[in-house]
Ligand binder design. Structure first.
Ligand code: SF4
Length: 293
């Protein structure tokens, strides 16, 4: 466990319970956390009957990426963005493509306070900062403080997220956010509950609320045998068209076996082409990603 230091910041969304526990109110898991313990995501711990973010200025990964890599294709195309990630996640997807930092809590990290992140973005001629690689919603306090500073300096703030956050913290953060890529992992409640350990309803709510506040693009990782039927693609596309509109860009991403899920195979190109065809009937901008030809 981390000692109380600059990597620790008191959490913004929690309440104290009657015993020596606190309850995190950041995401729908609503973890009840006893003294000395952490919540499901590993990023928030009860110390002295207060809840702290233990990843406040901890950076596991950084890069100056083309904005298209997020992927965002309709937000400052051709520009670079400073991309920062931490560790931990509030999902537990066995197919995670970034499991080394999302699920392994002992990854080495570098200290980078918000002021340094903003300086870095300014020095390197970036359009702003993308909070990405692992799940930024559980990095809430750091994202909030860094995004405030970045905004003051005229930089853009971008989230690449699973969308699993409660409505109040989301609404508090959104005025600082310029663009988001939100994963819609499957249009299937069972998939979210059993495989990701989350829920579809929350993610759909996040997509809807965010689309009214900033630019959004949606990514669907297509996994053979799990979310690759015609009916699934139709349901997903219909929901997007009806709820965020035909102008919402949609990225179908090719799956490669990773982490614990070794049984599924690489997504066939034909499946992605089928998804593309279905989506193009309702949406103006559809893309296929992760394809190495
Ligand atoms: S953010 Fe983490 S600690 Fe808080 S409720 Fe979600 S999983 Fe639990």
């Amino acid at each position: 466990m981390l000692k109380n230091c600059d990597n620790m910041k008191e959490a913004l969304y929690y309440k104290k319970l009657n015993n020596d526990s606190v309850q995190c109110l950041l995401c729908p898991k609503l973890c009840k956390i006893k003294e000395g313990k952490s919540g499901f995501c590993g990023a928030r711990q009860n110390t002295g009957n207060k809840l702290f973010s233990n990843i406040y200025s901890r950076i596991s990964s950084q890069g100056m990426d083309p904005i298209e890599k997020k992927p965002l294709y309709h937000f400052y195309p051709g520009k670079l963005i400073l991309s920062l990630g931490t560790i931990g996640c509030n999902f537990a997807c066995p197919f995670c493509q970034n499991w080394q930092i999302s699920q392994d809590r002992n990854v080495p990290t570098q200290y980078m306070p918000p002021s340094e992140a903003v300086e870095k973005a300014l020095e390197r001629n970036s359009i702003g900062i993308a909070y990405t690689y692992s799940e930024p919603m559980i990095w809430y306090e750091y994202v909030m403080d860094t995004a405030k500073l970045a905004k003051k300096k005229g930089l853009k703030n971008v989230l690449v997220t699973n969308g699993y956050i409660n409505e109040d913290p989301l609404k508090e953060l959104l005025p600082l956010i310029d663009a988001m890529n939100i994963d819609l992992k499957a249009f299937d409640e069972k998939f979210y509950r059993e495989i990701c350990k989350g829920d579809l309803e929350t993610v759909l709510k996040t997509i809807k609320i965010s689309s009214a506040s900033c630019h959004i693009e949606i990514t669907n990782l297509v996994i053979p045998g799990l979310n690759d039927t015609i009916e699934h693609f139709e349901n997903l596309v219909n929901w997007i068209a009806e709820n965020t509109g035909a102008n919402t860009p949609l990225h179908f991403s090719r799956y490669f076996p990773q982490y614990k899920m070794k049984t599924s195979s690489v997504t066939p190109i034909e499946t992605l082409e089928q998804a593309y065809k279905i989506a193009k009937e309702k949406l103006k901008s559809v893309y296929l990603g992760n394809i190495m030809i």
